[in-house]
Design a protein around this ligand. Structure first.
Ligand code: NAI
Ligand code: MG
Length: 354
């Protein structure tokens, strides 16, 4: 079996962190005989400089033809004055649309060794291990909008929220499938006491739930969910929700895990899926070789699990990351007295060896 992976380093620390993740994938390939092939393509400011567009067609075509996309990050001050339609960030928005990336999966897991970095009390976050499944290409972000109109003599603006049954079914199925690979619990989050779209959401999720009798399913209102994430994050396994609620809750949940450099994400598509760390291009540390590669390495593990169904290799990478942290290795973003300070390539090598 051979797999083709498209690697898009992008801008800023993008090259450093994707180099790290590819090195770890190669180590996993050697151990598990996966047959991985890597092809590099441009996107973001780097692509704009070369081709005058942040998302060249050949990059889109390469993504569509591959088994999975590993993405670094795009953006930077250098391109601040570029025409808004050609800004580097348009590359990731364009890929979401072109690849039909309808779901964003953001796992939040607190490594025992990193509990002290969470702003929440250690006894609250210990054992927290959840995934937010956010609908990514529907809802109010993509609905009809009006920037300004006169209504009864005053100026107003509006955004339309709409969800169709197939859109909700698709994301709900993914959430239940994800829960089957985990601890078998789905929490669906809505505001069905107020919103019509939320009532359709809840009805549809409950219908899909009937096909998954082995998975436990409950509902929470979004305001309560926001509170519960901070009060008792260990109660959650999979949280499924719409675009707007998911955007907010996934940033809130990320804080439970402590450090931005650590967290991976997967954007699941109709054909190809895309995997990237949750952080950006970190222009302030770019080129120094000190970025934390772990968010990208764990994104690579998600690629193995969700796109290639290579569970054992994915588990091995996650275990290697935990081991490196437990042995006290830290990149500068997480370093403090008593730990061993390592740079990006040293951390990569330590994880690869493990
Ligand atoms: P950022 O996530 O790039 O950086 C925020 C802070 O976290 C910085 O101090 C940075 O040094 C630090 N940081 C981030 N990742 C790190 C890592 N792996 N290791 C160590 N420290 C790390 O967010 P910021 O500064 O708001 O945005 C910078 C650029 O990235 C902007 O152009 C923004 O639009 C873009 N961006 C791109 C994203 C993407 O490509 N998906 C997502 C978010 C932002
Ligand atoms: Mg956000």
């Amino acid at each position: 079996m051979a797999y083709n992976i498209t690697v898009i380093p992008g801008d800023g620390i993008g090259k450093e962190i994707t180099d790290g993740a590819v090195e770890v994938l190669k180590a996993a390939d050697k151990k598990f005989g996966l047959g991985l092939n890597f092809a590099y393509h441009d996107a973001g400011g780097t692509a704009y400089d070369k081709f005058g567009t942040p998302l060249p067609q050949e990059t889109i075509d390469a993504c569509k033809a591959s088994d999975g996309v590993l993405f670094g990050a795009v953006g930077g001050d250098k391109w601040d004055k570029v025409d808004p339609a050609k800004r580097p960030e348009k590359a990731i928005l364009g890929l979401r649309k072109e690849l039909g990336l309808y779901a964003n999966l953001r796992p939040v897991k607190v490594a025992d060794a990193l509990i002290e970095y969470s702003p929440l009390k250690p006894e609250l976050v210990r054992g927290a291990d959840l995934v937010i499944v956010r609908e990514l290409i529907g809802g109010i972000y993509f609905g009809e909008k009006c920037e300004s109109e006169q209504h009864n003599g005053v100026e107003r603006a509006w955004d339309l929220e709409n969800y169709s049954v197939p859109e909700v079914e698709r994301i709900a199925k993914l959430a239940f499938e994800t829960a089957k690979l985990r601890r078998g619990k789905v929490t669906s989050v809505d505001k069905s006491n107020v919103l019509a779209t939320s009532r359709l959401w809840r009805r549809t999720v409950e219908k899909v739930a009937k096909d998954y009798p082995e998975v436990e399913c409950n509902n929470l209102y979004v305001d309560n969910c926001a509170m519960q994430i901070a009060v008792k994050p260990t109660q959650f396994d999979v949280i499924v929700t719409g675009n707007l609620f998911g955007d907010i809750l996934s940033d809130e949940a990320a804080v439970v895990g402590g450090s931005i450099g650590m967290l991976p994400s997967a954007s699941i598509g109709e054909c190809t899926s895309l995997y990237e760390p949750i952080h950006g291009s970190a222009p302030d540390i770019a080129g120094k070789g000190i970025a934390n590669p772990i968010g990208t390495i764990l994104s690579a593990a998600m690629l193995l699990r969700y796109s290639l169904h290579e569970e054992a290799a994915a588990d091995a990478i996650e275990a290697a990351v935990d081991k490196a942290l437990a042995e006290g290795y830290r990149t500068p973003d997480l370093w403090k007295d008593g730990f061993t300070k390592v740079n990006t390539s040293e951390m990569t090598k330590i994880i690869s060896e493990r």
